[in-house]
Write a protein that binds this ligand. Structure first.
Ligand SMILES: *Cc1c(COP(=O)(O)O)cnc(C)c1O
Length: 692
């Protein structure tokens, strides 16, 4: 947004601790607190002049005129820290405003303190400090859930108070103004459902503080707010307990009830054909066992635009998750395919490749106009260009090999194929498919004689990613990858043909090292489950070939770079429901290679750890923790066939380089500049505003 000279603000929380630092031990993943603030943060500017109160708990008072007011409870202060985000080669810089929670000084009980009761005297201080203590606090307990809800409301309330104050200040500078102008000056984009409370909070601020009536406040709110959906995984769709919400945010629950009631009335009066759908499309789920607020439904009902983050994902939203809403508001739904910044993900992280691109295109304009990369297509088979391309990739591979040696002690061969899968560890991303493929490859190499091995393509398979601390199967996968690596890498018979490395503590800095050195990357989620993916774009931009399913943005990447330059395998999204049924009904016949890889692992080839519970999740017979929901078994044979095509392609040096160049050349669409321009034009209705 800064680079495109758009007038924008970012809002977030100033967390003390990040997710965690990942260490790998004999037991697998270990989580260590990561202190984001222990070192001085030189760019942030504390704004003691920008402070807003945020209330929790309390109750609603009805005034004599019928208007309502939220009073009582606890109040914490939101203090702003501004982080400048400079655009690339522009004078524009925008602010990322991060809120810190502080207790109000009048909450400090001097009487208790002087009485020697130091803990009780400072109770409110520590309670306020909990809000920004950690990113994604565990939400298994009721306390954890309450803390997350507090974080969400704290962000929404402080940010909206800030936005409204700025609007009023600017408006008061000149003539009279009306609240109906607010949506032409302010667009609020909800990044997933985490900031959904911005909807009832904006309604509350407009009605209870500014005196607007319901209809006027609703018109302003719905013309201001838009929502981006990031996942269709049911377990990731936020649902908050109504009783917790009534306690923490009583006024907001009144407003949500009213939004829901009016929506239901609208359906009953204008869309009787949808009445039977009301139980699933209304906002409040009043199931007596566990009444909840469905945040995604609240977002769809209250936003003027709703978008997914890749074409396939947006199509699935319209056909499935939000299908009934599409028939009510057909023009509300859009697609905004994700993008990545070419500044970080090519120009900065791979100066070698960047220089060659600039040299051959005779311009460095591609850094802000990424479509110019298509100009590389005509050099894809040029021997001089290929030689330069190859040596830049080799320099990046050597740099990566040194990093791996330093971080893991494993020495890898820069002449082997560098095959990388780095992303959060999740069953739907199917790191299990990758490691089972590696296990099968290892077993076959063991069975070969020395001559046969020489005909194979040497590979270094690298994994990286954090498993959420409470996600048992994800942590088992991390352990399995490390155990396989320990056996394979120390096996003198095969370790010049295969290495398996787990790169610890995957984060953006590590990504900037791994991606430029990659030749093949794996984006192998069960079709329909990865909304977009963005690392697929980072890899393709760096001339890395993709082995992948028809999922998320893979579909569009393949279209752009050409299907002959993409190693495709696996079921398609529309086949998945039928295949799951077949597995449940015992109609599935597993491929012998799949059975062999699992059996070898169960036999203890990779140590004494009990991998049966993990592997049982892949068995066809249904039951808790079984049923192969992610279809690893179904896709395994076509995955292994695609891997054979990779090995063959790598043997033909010229062909591989051509494919690599065409990957980069076809990546122009995946610039975040394209994505942001589309949001600006098609959702926010804003234009660039250059600093003179
Ligand atoms: C880009 C990126 C991701 C997203 O990766 P996917 O493979 O698209 O899930 C995750 N973590 C880091 C550190 C990244 O840089």
């Amino acid at each position: 947004m800064a680079t495109l000279n758009l007038p924008a603000w970012g809002y977030g929380l100033r967390y003390r601790y990040g997710l965690f630092k990942q260490r790998i031990t004999k037991e697998g993943q270990e989580e260590i607190a990561e202190d984001w603030l222990e070192k001085f943060s030189p760019w942030e500017v504390v704004r003691h002049d920008v402070v807003f109160p945020v209330r929790f708990f309390g109750h609603v008072e009805v005034n004599p005129d019928g208007s309502r007011k939220w009073v009582g409870g606890d109040t914490v202060q939101a203090l702003a820290y501004d982080v400048p985000i400079p655009g690339y080669k522009t004078k524009n810089t925008i602010s990322l405003r991060l809120w810190e929670a502080r207790a109000s000084s009048d909450d400090f009980n001097l009487f208790l303190f002087n009485d020697g009761q130091y803990e009780s005297a400072s109770q409110l201080h520590s309670r306020a400090q909990q809000i920004c203590a950690v990113l994604y606090p565990g939400d298994a307990t009721e306390n954890g859930k309450l803390l997350r809800l507090k974080q969400q409301f704290f962000l929404c309330s402080a940010s909206l108070q800030d936005i409204i104050l700025r609007f009023k200040e600017r408006k008061n500078e000149n003539r009279s103004w009306k609240w109906s102008e607010f949506p032409s000056k302010v667009a609020v984009q909800l990044n997933d459902t985490h900031p959904t409370l911005a909807i009832p909070e904006l309604m509350r601020l407009l009605m209870d503080n500014e005196g607007l009536g319901w209809d006027e406040a609703w018109d302003v709110t719905t013309r201001t707010v838009a929502y981006t959906n990031h996942t269709v995984l049911p377990e990731a769709l936020e649902k908050w307990s109504q009783s917790v919400m009534w306690k923490l945010l009583p006024r907001h629950m009144e407003i949500i009830e009213e939004i829901d009631t009016r929506f239901i009335t609208m359906i009953r009066t204008t869309r009787t054909d949808l009445e039977s759908k009301l139980p699933s499309i209304c906002i409040l789920d009043n199931n007596p066992q566990k009444p909840v607020v469905r945040m995604a439904n609240l977002c769809v009902v209250s936003s003027h635009k709703v978008n997914g983050v890749a074409q396939l994902h947006s199509d699935i939203l319209k056909a499935e998750l939000f299908a009934d809403y599409v028939s009510i508001w057909p023009k509300k739904f859009q697609n905004k395919t994700n993008g990545i910044t070419p500044r970080r993900w090519l120009r900065f992280c791979s100066p070698e490749l960047s220089d060659i691109i600039t040299k051959w295109l005779k311009t460095d304009q591609w850094v802000t106009k990424l479509d110019l990369l298509v100009g590389l297509r005509k050099f894809a088979e040029n021997a001089d260009f290929q030689a330069e391309w190859s040596s830049a990739k080799m320099a990046n591979k050597q740099r990566l090999a040194q990093y791996i040696l330093r971080e893991t002690g494993v020495s890898i061969d820069p002449n082997s194929l560098f095959d990388i899968q780095v992303k959060r560890i999740h069953e739907y991303k199917r790191q299990l498919l990758n490691i089972l493929g590696a296990i099968y490859r290892y077993k076959k190499l063991k069975e070969m004689n020395a001559e046969e091995r020489k005909n194979t393509t040497p590979r270094t398979i690298m994994f990286g990613g954090k498993a959420f601390a409470t996600y048992t199967n994800a942590k088992r996968i991390v352990k399995l990858v490390n155990d396989v690596g320990a056996v394979v890498n120390s096996d003198p018979e095969v370790n010049s043909y295969l290495k398996v490395v787990f790169v610890p503590n995957y984060n953006v800095s590590v990504a900037e090292m791994l991606i430029p050195g990659s030749e093949l990357s794996q984006h192998i989620s069960t079709a329909g489950m990865e909304a977009s993916g963005t690392s697929n774009m980072k890899f393709a931009l760096n001339g890395c070939l993709i082995i992948g399913t028809l999922d998320g943005a893979n579909v569009e990447i393949r279209e752009e770079i050409g299907e002959e330059n993409f190693f495709l395998f696996g079921a398609t999204a529309d086949e998945v429901p039928r295949l799951r049924k077949e597995r449940e009904n015992g109609l599935f016949k597993p491929d012998p290679r799949f059975e062999e890889a699992k059996e070898y692992t169960r036999s203890g080839a990779f140590g004494s750890y009990d991998y049966n519970p993990l592997l049982d999740s892949l068995e066809g017979n249904s039951g808790y923790g079984r049923g192969d929901y992610f279809l690893v078994g179904h896709d395994f044979p076509s995955y292994m066939d695609a891997q054979e095509r990779v090995d063959e392609a790598y043997k033909d040096r010229k062909r591989w380089l051509k494919m690599s160049i065409l990957s980069t050349a076809g990546s122009g669409k995946f610039s975040s500049d394209r994505t942001i321009s589309q949001y600006a034009k098609e959702i926010w209705n804003i234009e660039e505003c250059r600093v003179p």
